[in-house]
Structures are given as C-alpha cells and as structure tokens.
Design a protein around this ligand. Structure first.
Ligand SMILES: Nc1ncnc2c1ncn2[C@@H]1O[C@H](COP(=O)(O)OP(=O)(O)OP(=O)(O)O)[C@@H](O)[C@H]1O
Ligand SMILES: [Mg+2]
Length: 394
C-alpha cells in the first residue's frame, strides 16, 4: 500500500482529501504545519506528499525541497489562489502536479491515479537505466557520452509529470526521438501521441490543423473537423519546429494554453483542452525571439522544462556507437552482415547524426544506389544526399 502525507492547516480540506485518498487505496497521514510534517517524514517516508503552498510556519515550496532531497516521494502542490504562476514554479522545481482550492474531487482522483501509475513506470525506467549502463542506449536513443546521460536523466525526471517540455538542439540531434521517449515513459503512454511539424504543413492550414474547424467556416470545409488538440485528448501533442508557426497563430496558441480551452476555426463554443505538450525548436530560442520568429510569452509558457540536445561533434564517442546501431538495423533489413572497418578516415566531428547515418548506409549499401542509378548520376559516387535535411539551420 502506498503512503500519502497531506500537509495543510485547513482541517475540512484534510478530512475531504484524506477520505478520497483512503478510498483510492492510500495509507493516509496528515500534518497541520511544516514542523508536524517533518516529524512524520522522519518516522515514515511517504510515496506521495501533498503540500499547501501557504502554511502557518513557512512556505510549501521550501517543504517540497526538503521532501525531494530526503525521500523519493512525489510532491503535489495545493494552491489556494489558483495562480498559474506559483503552480508553474512548483512544477519547475519538481512537483508532480498541482491542485487548486476549492478541491475538485475528480481532479484529485486523477492525480492519485497518476501517482499509482507512476510507481510502475518508475520500475520500468529503472530497468531502462540498467539497460543503458550495459549497452549505452536509452530506449531508442543511442549514446553513452556524459552529455547524453544528462539528457537521459532529464527525460527520466520529466517524463512521468505532465509538465510541458521544450526540446532544443541543432538539426538532426534527435529531438523527435527525445519527444517520443518522453511520451513513451509518461503516464499518458497508452493515450494518443500526435506529432505536428509546422515546417511541413502549409501555413494557411496550421490553424485548422491545430484547433479544427466548423462546417462552412471556409471554402471546402464541408464538415466539422477536430484539430490535433482535440484528437490528442488525454494524450500528448508534439509541436515540432515551433518557430515555423506564424507569429499571429503563436498568440492564439498561447491563449489556448492559458485558458485550457480552444475555439474551432469559424466557431464560437469553447472546447476544453487536455493534452500534454512537447515542443521542439532547432534554432536557439532566444535568437529566434530576437529575430521575431518566436513570441517571448509563448517561449516562457513552453519552456517549463527545457531539454537541450548536444551536437554530435561534442560527443564524438557516440558516433561509432550510432554508426554501429544504424548498420545493425541496415543488416537486419537487407539480410547482410556488414561490419565497420576501423582505422579508416576519422568521422567528421561536425557532422550531424542524420548525415553520419546516411553516409554509413552509403558506404555499406552499394545495392541501394543501383536501384537509384539515375539519382546517382547527378552527383559524385560515394556521397549520399542528406534525406533528413541535416545541416539546415544548424
Ligand atoms: N541519439 C540518437 N540515437 C539514435 N538515433 C538518433 C539519435 N539522434 C538522432 N538519431 C537519428 O537521426 C535522425 C535525425 O533525428 P531527429 O529527426 O530526431 O532529429 P531532429 O533533432 O528532430 O532534427 P530536425 O531539427 O532536422 O528535425 C533520425 O533518424 C534519428 O533516428
Ligand atoms: Mg525534427
């Protein structure tokens, strides 16, 4: 049975929340001050601590820090003022989630269920970490360099929460893979995952793609259509290449995030939104703000939990590992058993992962080029065209 500790000086609140948690299968204890909470924490480390931000003998964030330092418990913050800002601060400092007063029972049940799910997820992540130590990989991500280990640790920390993640890094550094890994290790992993690449959608369709449209809202809109936000309900939305989104739509996106409701194009009814957001950007975000490609207020809203991916040139030891992984995949696909000849020309440390992969395939896959002989004639042999566009913007 999981143990929950509730810290609040409001007795009615404690009674209500305690009853629901007991029904959910938690062993509940309560404290009315930070001092009382410390005593209980010493005697019996809990799995979940729910802390009011304003306590008679101090502030809840400070207690949260103590809990996080001393135990492996998840912390949920309760805010009486319903201010998004203090809640976001708490999430940034590692809170799992937040509740607002007056308490919404169904929301509390959702949070408690999430905590229960998390425990099994944590076991899975533990297993993944073991795998990492053995093989230098983390799920689909390859690389055992210290820089990638930092990235894996950040993924482990943020994945189980509902916090918004902003992934930055040069083209080809694996932002999409990281987004997918965050999703796969989250409690929403059995819910939809919708990636949306703003660089790949015609700009005039982005709004309706995101928010949907009502029937008759524009020529050709013969039916109501739900957008990605609605189709991903309960799940995760990956907004890729966020700086390719028209700036006036960035304002609309911000409004949706702030109000947790959207209005379909041509409609006027607010529709509730329930998605976890992951965004990616292959430009340096602060430079993108200066260039007028990214709204600063949207950036702050997305940058709750930043993950910056290191370029491959800063982790040359990962290059061989990546090449071997790509080659193994290729061998499996083609029924070959090619190996990498060591002692050849050293890898170009400035190359992106995607380009290295393309080159590895090129070197080991002459048959691929026979199939594309007309392609080959256009360029000198031994040079692969970069399919993924690595080098673009990076
Ligand atoms: N650490 C890694 N482990 C395994 N594969 C990787 C890794 N990093 C990148 N790749 C591979 O390299 C290719 C490019 O990665 P991805 O598309 O995720 O890059 P990106 O950062 O989204 O780039 P862009 O900004 O151009 O969209 C993919 O095929 C991906 O599988
Ligand atoms: Mg990408």
């Amino acid at each position: 049975m999981l143990r929950a500790l509730f810290v609040d000086d409001d007795s009615d609140f404690l009674e209500g929340i305690g009853e629901i948690a007991t029904r959910q299968g938690f062993a509940v204890s309560c404290a009315r001050s930070i001092r009382e909470a410390r005593e209980l924490l010493e005697n019996m480390p809990p799995d979940l601590v729910v802390i009011d931000l304003m306590l008679p003998d101090g502030d809840g964030i400070a207690l949260m820090r103590e809990v996080k330092d001393a135990t492996s418990a998840d912390v949920v913050i309760v805010s009486g003022m319903a201010t998004v800002n203090s809640a976001i601060d708490a999430l940034r400092l590692g809170a799992l989630d937040y509740l607002t007063k007056p308490l919404d029972n169904s929301r509390l049940i959702a949070v408690l269920t999430n905590v229960l799910n998390l425990r099994s997820l944590k076991e899975e992540v533990g297993a993944l970490r073991g795998e990492l130590r053995k093989f230098g990989r983390f799920g689909r991500l390859v690389g055992s360099s210290p820089a990638m280990q930092v990235v894996y640790d950040m993924i482990v920390r943020v994945a189980p929460t509902d916090a918004t993640v902003l992934i930055t890094g040069e083209s080809g550094t694996g932002k999409e893979l990281v987004a997918q890994t965050v999703f796969e290790l989250s409690s929403r992993r059995r819910r939809p995952y919708l990636p949306l690449d703003f660089g790949a959608i015609p700009q005039n369709l982005i709004e309706s793609e995101l928010f949907g449209h009502e029937r008759g809202s524009f020529t050709g809109a013969t039916q109501m259509r739900r957008g990605c936000f609605e189709r991903a309900a309960g799940g995760t939305l990956f907004l890729d290449e966020i700086t390719e989104m028209p700036i006036e739509l960035q304002v609309k996106l911000l409004r949706v995030l702030e109000s947790s409701t959207l209005v379909r194009v041509g409609g006027d009814e607010p529709v509730p939104v329930n998605v976890r957001l992951i965004a990616a950007c292959n430009r340096e975000p602060r430079q993108a703000i200066r260039d007028g490609k990214l709204r600063e207020d949207l950036f702050y809203r997305l940058n709750v939990f930043p993950i910056e991916l290191p370029p491959l040139r800063d982790r040359a030891d990962d290059a061989l590992q990546l090449a071997e992984t790509f080659l193994a995949g290729f061998n499996a696909q083609q029924g070959t058993s090619k190996t990498i000849r060591r002692g050849g020309a050293p890898p170009d440390r400035g190359e992106s992962v995607a380009r290295q992969r393309a080159r590895a395939q090129e070197r080991t896959a002459p048959q691929l080029h026979h199939e594309r002989a007309d392609d080959r004639d256009e360029r000198s042999p031994g040079r692969a065209r970069d399919r993924t566009g690595a080098g673009r913007g990076g």
